[in-house]
Design a protein around this ligand. Structure first.
Ligand SMILES: *Cc1c(COP(=O)(O)O)cnc(C)c1O
Length: 217
């Protein structure tokens, strides 16, 4: 599907849910995609991208930034503490703050670097053992803790379990954000971004619907 078609679907979903036309930010998830597909989307004028891995992000985005003005890069994959510095130097937002140790490290580095990306706290709404994120019942405390460190917490992020109805998870994330006074909701991917928009998503992370299937071979 083309970028224009995705933007049209977003506009329709935003309109249908009675939200402001600029309420939703499209993060084009470029991980694993061939260089020429990413260039094509840049050439169409899109500037907001998402990557999963610090290493992969480092291999492309500093170069793209030299050619294209106004890049807004979001890191949306699990972040190891020892990669936090590189992540903070590369990205404008990090969606995967999920534990006190990482929060402490980011707070310390923010002092040292004199800047800090916008942060989203990942919530493991499906309580899946293999998935990153704070558990829903621990979210309020962790949010307070991170805010107590003066970190720029913009909102919450989730990745619903593949086998489950995503709307339940989106609604839960929205509830946790609301009771903690957070406005940002990073939720919704290629298969469910319209549902996420209806439930208040402010940032949708769409990869394959824009770029085509990822080829991990
Ligand atoms: C890869 C990825 C996406 C994009 O997934 P698509 O199904 O290709 O849209 C969104 N969010 C995260 C965290 C991802 O890792």
């Amino acid at each position: 599907m083309s970028l224009a078609e995705i933007n049209a679907r977003i506009a329709k979903a935003v309109d249908k849910s009675g939200r402001a036309s600029d309420a939703v930010t499209l993060i084009a998830v470029s991980k694993v995609q061939p260089h020429e597909r990413v260039v094509a989307v840049l050439e169409e004028g899109h500037r907001i991208f998402g990557e999963n891995k610090v290493q992969e992000a480092a291999s492309k985005w500093p170069d793209f930034r030299k050619t294209y003005q106004g890049i807004d890069l979001h890191l949306i994959g699990p972040l190891q503490t020892n990669k936090a510095r590189q992540a903070m130097e590369l990205a404008d937002s990090i969606h995967t703050l999920d534990r006190p140790k990482l929060a402490n490290t980011i707070a310390r580095l923010a002092q040292e670097l004199g800047k800090c990306p916008d942060l989203f706290i990942q919530v493991n709404t499906g309580e899946e053992p293999q998935k990153a994120g704070v558990l829903p019942e621990e979210a309020d405390q962790f949010i307070a803790e991170a805010q107590g460190m003066d970190l720029p917490i913009k909102g919450l992020m989730c990745i619903p379990p593949v086998e489950e109805e995503p709307s339940l998870h989106f609604a839960l994330l929205g509830k946790i954000a609301e009771r903690n006074g957070l406005n940002g909701l990073s939720m919704g991917m290629s298969s469910d971004f319209e549902t996420a928009i209806a439930l208040g998503a402010t940032h949708i992370r769409v990869g394959s619907a824009i770029f085509g299937e990822r080829d991990y071979g």
